[in-house]
Design a protein around this ligand. Structure first.
Ligand code: HEM
Length: 425
């Protein structure tokens, strides 16, 4: 990644989505880390939030859920008190109920289980994606859109397998994910979160009318599987009792299902796209990986640090507390800018450079120290490793062949179109 533009402190506004165009978001975060690492950022609706941008401060927030709770929601949007319970998933639940909800499916996501149940299958899937991408390129003078043919195709097929849904539904799942997560990008969202039109959907996650379609789809699956002995995630949610012996309500199921559709799809896609772009920009690093494929497992950590597909998650202070020399008041929104922690010069030397030989890359891409640490982290790691293990040996060359367009968002750091020209090995 070229170094981002320098943004003077007086111009920093992390609530302004257009302020994230290009690499300007990273420029703002650089300024805050250097000049005001725990910064009060006002918002146009009169609210505001603390922007926490240094690695150590972010970690301090993330590992202390008693002081910094998730129950008041974890994005910048303020969710009305009376709508919270309707919209709440495990992401916005703390304590024993959170642990019980998480444990319902946690076993499926342990590295051991993934290796045993999924690695072989995922490798076949990866090969299929790469084959299709190369075939499409051969038909089109070597050119494809990398997002469409590679990074979007693969994670959604993985999700289809986890949920055990037919392959022909994957295009629909991709479209739903786009509409919900990239809800500030006019190319994707039917209703934009940052415009007044979204007010009528305040009761829905992401204020997105699409969510209802996702819930209807999930419920159909649930009805087919309730009482059965399936091992897919829908069957588990339909039939397994949480450890706290409080069964999932209909709405618990809805929110769990839409969380799964969203969480593992967009994020992994952007991680793969950004990593590929980074390796194109730093061809010597691509060469190292091609020459020493055994480095891949550790290189994935560096690529995840560098890609930082999620800019932030938020907490809310449950008491007055000092943070980085600032007086945070009970009820204040406290936003952990993970992407900034991943660029913290105090922790990562030369943070804007990919170094696939960097060791002990203790990044914050999945959070750090939190009970909410990404549940799918081992799966995402495996997907990215397999993709680059399959893809790189088959590439003699890859170059950018047009404009790389980024998603308009201050939440996901993503790429929506990425034309490349590939030469097979
Ligand atoms: C590179 C890809 C990914 C990134 C960057 C990512 C990032 C994150 C982050 C930062 C969190 C923490 C949220 C918080 O602290 O409030 C999270 C939570 C979560 N992620 Fe991921 N994620 C990725 C892939 C996946 C995958 C593949 C899945 C599963 C299919 C998944 C499922 C979840 C779930 C269920 C949670 C909520 C955990 C909880 O509240 O206990 N994620 N993710």
């Amino acid at each position: 990644m070229p170094r981002p533009p320098n943004v003077p402190l007086a111009e920093v506004d992390l609530s302004d989505i257009d302020g994230f165009a290009g690499l300007r978001g990273f420029g703002q975060l650089d300024t805050l880390r250097a000049e005001d690492p725990v910064h009060w950022n006002p918002e146009s609706d009169g609210a505001g939030f603390w922007a926490v941008t240094r690695y150590d401060d972010i970690w301090a927030v993330d590992r202390d859920p008693e002081t910094f709770t998730s129950v008041n929601f974890v994005n910048l949007e303020d969710v009305d008190d009376d709508l919270r319970d309707f919209r709440r998933s495990m992401l916005e639940t703390d304590g024993t109920r959170h642990a019980a909800l998480r444990k319902l499916i946690q076993r499926e996501f342990t590295p051991r289980n993934l290796m045993k149940n999924y690695e072989g299958f995922l490798r076949t899937l990866t090969k299929g994606t790469v084959d299709r991408a190369f075939a499409a390129a051969a038909d089109n003078g070597g050119e494809i859109d990398f997002v469409k043919m590679v990074s979007a195709d693969f994670p959604i097929q993985v999700l289809a397998r986890l949920l055990d849904v037919p392959n022909e539904d994957t295009a629909q799942l991709i479209a739903w994910g786009n509409e919900m997560v990239a809800n500030t990008d006019p190319d994707y969202a039917k209703v934009r979160l940052d415009l007044a039109e979204s007010e009528q959907y305040r009761h829905l996650p992401f204020r997105s009318p699409t969510v209802q379609e996702v819930w209807d789809y999930g419920n159909e699956l649930r009805e087919q599987r309730v009482g059965g002995d399936g091992v897919d995630l829908v069957s588990v949610l339909a039939n397994r009792m949480p450890d706290d012996q409080v069964p999932l309500t209909q709405q618990d199921f809805n929110n769990y299902f839409s969380l799964l559709v969203i969480a593992g799809n967009e994020t992994t896609r952007h991680a793969i796209s950004s990593s590929m772009l980074g390796l194109i920009e730093q061809p010597e690093q691509m060469r190292v990986l091609k020459d020493k494929p055994e480095l891949m497992a550790t290189a994935v950590e560096e690529l995840l640090r560098w890609a930082s597909p999620v800019y932030h998650f938020r907490r809310t202070a449950t008491r007055d507390v000092e943070l980085g020399g600032k007086e945070v008041k009970e009820g204040d929104k406290v936003v952990m800018w993970f992407a900034s922690g991943n660029r913290d010069e105090a922790v990562f030397q030369d943070p804007y450079t990919i170094d696939v030989t960097r060791t002990n890359v203790d990044h914050m891409t999945f959070g750090k120290g939190s009970p909410h640490l990404c549940l799918g982290n081992a799966l995402a790691r495996m997907e990215i490793r397999l993709m680059f293990e399959e893809l790189l040996p088959r590439l003699a060359d890859i170059e950018v062949a047009g404009e790389v367009r980024r998603i308009r968002s201050n939440f996901v750091n993503g790429i929506k179109s990425f034309p490349v020209r590939i030469t097979p090995a």
